[in-house]
Design a protein around this ligand. Structure first.
Ligand SMILES: [Zn+2]
Length: 277
């Protein structure tokens, strides 16, 4: 029986379809990035550090069997990465993405590089949820969430597993809390928001390449993170971003207080499409 299964697996893999990876990138979770001034998209050192980690992950995915890797420049205004320095096997997605983040293209896997923890995470380096100036907290079905949880749920909606995350230790933990089989590469430990203990760039890159390879190799064993049933997304803005009086008029929206709005949806995607972040 084992032999038959093995033969079947080999035959299937010969005819295997493309294995595509969608890589979401950010700056705050990169090794050696720990101060706010380093997150300027034009900061030369940050760009080099981030690009090095991305290329390490891309190499790892190809080592693990990927056939295509799409890298999205997801940090602040999508103005950080360049096709001059990205791994030539990867393709770069530049610009803002629609709410679905092109996940309806059904990638084989989604991954994060340079990811930070959600707002209000103890020991999270430069932790925030989508907008550090605009958003205080986001809650999904009553629990605090950030980019990691919402994007992993979005991928899960399209039956795509999140297989890998590199970032600070707190961010890695937040992915594993909802996606325990994912591989992570913690490249720094946060002491507080602006203080960290970081790996060197070269150590971080080797760790990322190895874990990305391992993640890709076991993609089939990682379950997509699916949120079933009706979903509520509550967005608490910062004082400077307080709501306008008509904010509650759109379908599924309800004003909770001057800077908090609650969006309801019959399912995750409906609530997600309604939420303004
Ligand atoms: Zn971010």
């Amino acid at each position: 029986m084992k032999n038959i299964l093995l033969t079947l697996a080999c035959t299937l893999s010969l005819f295997a379809q493309s294995k595509t990876v969608f890589l979401i990138t950010d700056a705050e979770g990169v090794a050696g990035v720990c101060r706010q001034d380093q997150t300027d998209p034009k900061d030369a050192e940050m760009r080099e550090l981030l690009t090095g980690e991305i290329n390490a992950a891309v190499a790892g995915f190809f080592d693990g069997g990927a056939t295509e890797v799409f890298v999205w420049d997801g940090h602040d205004g999508s103005a950080t990465l360049s096709v001059l320095t990205i791994d030539p096997r990867a393709r770069l997605i530049m610009g803002g993405l629609p709410k679905n983040m092109l996940m309806e293209r059904h990638y084989s896997a989604v991954a994060f590089v340079g990811q930070h923890a959600r707002a209000n995470t103890p020991g999270g380096v430069l932790a925030h949820s989508y907008s550090s100036l605009g958003i205080q907290t986001i809650r999904m079905n009553g629990r605090p969430v950030g980019e990691i949880e919402t994007r992993t749920a979005l991928a899960g909606w399209f039956n795509t597993p999140v297989i890998f995350l590199s970032g600070d230790r707190a961010a890695a933990q937040q992915l594993r809390d909802i996606d325990p089989d994912a591989e992570t590469a913690p490249v720094k430990e946060g002491i507080d928001n602006y203080t960290c203990i970081s790996l060197s760039a070269s150590f971080a890159r080797s760790l990322i390449r190895e874990r990305a390879r391992a993640a890709m190799a076991k993609t089939a064993a990682i379950r997509p993170y699916r949120i079933e049933g009706p979903v509520t997304i509550e967005v608490e803005y910062t004082s400077r971003s307080a709501l306008t009086p008509d904010a509650g008029l759109q379908p599924g929206a309800e004003i909770v207080d001057a800077r908090t709005i609650r969006y309801q949806g019959a399912n995750f995607l409906e609530a997600w499409q309604r939420a303004r972040l």
